[in-house]
Design a protein around this ligand. Structure first.
Ligand SMILES: *Cc1c(COP(=O)(O)O)cnc(C)c1O
Length: 353
């Protein structure tokens, strides 16, 4: 791919690595590319980070044909690493397919990510726990308010140096089990990473935060009975000696971190079951001590221990609101692979040259 580069005339001051937070700062440049039926993907550019002019009738603004991805770049000893970027590429293809949007080949996606990350190398923070969050996204740009698949799209990648996702750090979070709103149903777009899913989920997030909770645990959209996932993460539960996570049947987002955890836990000899888990059973296991640990998995927070569940006012504390042994172990394993601190026996780390 040929990429036209336009350098920003003034570069921003880099933020303090100790107070990055999540998604508040953006680097100097972005990757932009266009698609139309005649030319396919074309006009690939690295340009100064700036607002994008849009027609008010651009289709994305009305019917939400928009998909996105989230991955990170890490810098260690002068080397830059990505973590399984081909998984993000494949997932974006599935998301775009579901939303009838233009397809982006895996090689093109990875090439674009690598190009912008190496161009913005100086923006990769190096303090422990920090990384460069990569946000590729794709949206409909055709002008018109008739409902049909857009005939043109933009693909953009922006970069944000980030610290820990939660201000609490790798400490347990309080989770509100949502029994009124639902996130997704089989046949809908739950498996696609699209903005529309989030638009529909914000009401529950607001409600949970009002009640003092960090995120919600979603139940299935049909019975409001089976545990699905947590806000922006997949969820895993250590019950006795079995680790349980929701199966991928169309309503749950297929997380890269989820997939990686499953592989690691299997290697470590754990029984891991992708199965339906009834919320009433889960609350009972929490009450009688059979629920040993619970955690969320996702690129942003990596692993996030769940310390409390509130379901219809029944409040259960998990593992005395402390990070569990297994939760800590899997967090260490994943972050050490991502950071390049240990040997990468599974071929997950990709060095950006
Ligand atoms: C992105 C996302 C996840 C986590 O996926 P990762 O690939 O592990 O980052 C989980 N649930 C939802 C709803 C998501 O959008």
């Amino acid at each position: 791919m040929e990429i036209k580069v336009t350098r920003a005339s003034v570069l921003k001051e880099k933020p303090d690595q100790n107070t990055l937070g999540f998604g508040s700062y953006f680097s100097d440049h972005m990757f932009v590319m266009d698609w139309n039926e005649a030319e396919g993907w074309h006009n690939a550019q690295i340009t100064p980070y700036a607002p994008i002019p849009m027609d008010p009738a651009s289709m994305v603004l009305h019917y939400a044909q928009e998909t996105f991805e989230g991955l990170k770049a890490y810098k260690n000893d002068g080397k830059i690493f990505l973590f399984r970027p081909e998984m993000n590429a494949q997932r974006l293809m599935k998301s775009n397919e579901r939303l009838c949007m233009a397809q982006l080949e895996e090689e093109l996606f990875v090439e674009a990510v690598e190009a912008i990350v190496s161009y913005e190398e100086d923006w990769i923070p190096t303090n422990e726990g920090t990384s460069l969050y990569i946000r590729p996204f794709c949206f409909a740009t055709e002008v018109g308010v008739g409902v049909h698949p857009s005939k043109s799209y933009k693909f953009i990648i922006v970069l944000s140096p980030v610290g820990a996702y939660y201000p609490e750090g790798v400490n347990p979070v309080k989770i509100y089990v949502e029994d009124e709103y639902v996130r997704a149903v089989v046949g809908g777009t739950g498996f696609a990473k699209c903005g529309g899913n989030y638009a529909a989920s914000i009401a529950a997030q607001v409600k949970a935060e009002k009640l003092g909770y960090t995120q919600v645990l979603w139940l299935d959209g049909v019975h409001r009975k089976y545990v699905e996932e947590v806000g922006t993460m997949n969820a895993m539960f250590l019950i006795d000696d079995e680790i349980v996570t929701a199966p991928l049947e169309g309503s749950v987002l297929p997380g890269v971190t989820r997939d990686s955890c499953i592989a690691i836990l299997k290697e470590w000899g754990y029984t891991i079951s992708e199965r339906h888990l009834c919320i009433d059973d889960l609350m009972e296991y929490a009450q009688n001590g059979r629920l040993k640990e619970a955690f969320g998995t996702g690129t942003a927070a990596v692993i996030s221990p769940i310390g409390e569940l509130n379901y219809k006012g029944n409040i259960q504390i998990i593992n005395e609101f402390k990070i569990g042994t297994l939760t800590q172990r899997i967090y260490d394993e994943l972050t050490n692979i991502q950071w390049g601190n240990i040997e990468d026996t599974r071929n997950w780390r990709r060095e950006v040259k």
